[in-house]
Design a protein around this ligand. Structure first.
Ligand SMILES: [Zn+2]
Length: 82
């Protein structure tokens, strides 16, 4: 079964729950015991549809606000810095 990320509105804790897809939107309890934790929609693991990576990654690479380079498909690989 896949994991789904949930967030508790009471203590702000984020945690993962393994459950079936048919139950993915069901509320659950957080590790602290609060009810009402809701599923968080995340883009973790999705790389095909993101062009420029995260803003933080872009800032690190110095491309934020500049012209996107052609190697955006490899955000983890630093550019040729000597
Ligand atoms: Zn909680």
């Amino acid at each position: 079964m896949p994991f789904y990320e949930f967030r508790c509105p009471t203590c702000e804790e984020r945690f993962e729950v393994q459950r079936s897809m048919s139950e993915r939107d069901e509320p659950t309890s957080c590790p602290q015991g609060h009810d009402g934790a809701v599923r968080v929609i995340t883009a973790v693991g999705v790389t095909g549809g993101i062009r420029y990576g995260t803003p933080a990654a872009a800032a690190r690479r110095g491309t934020l606000g500049g012209t996107p380079q052609s190697d955006t498909s490899k955000p983890a690989e630093p550019e040729g810095q000597a």
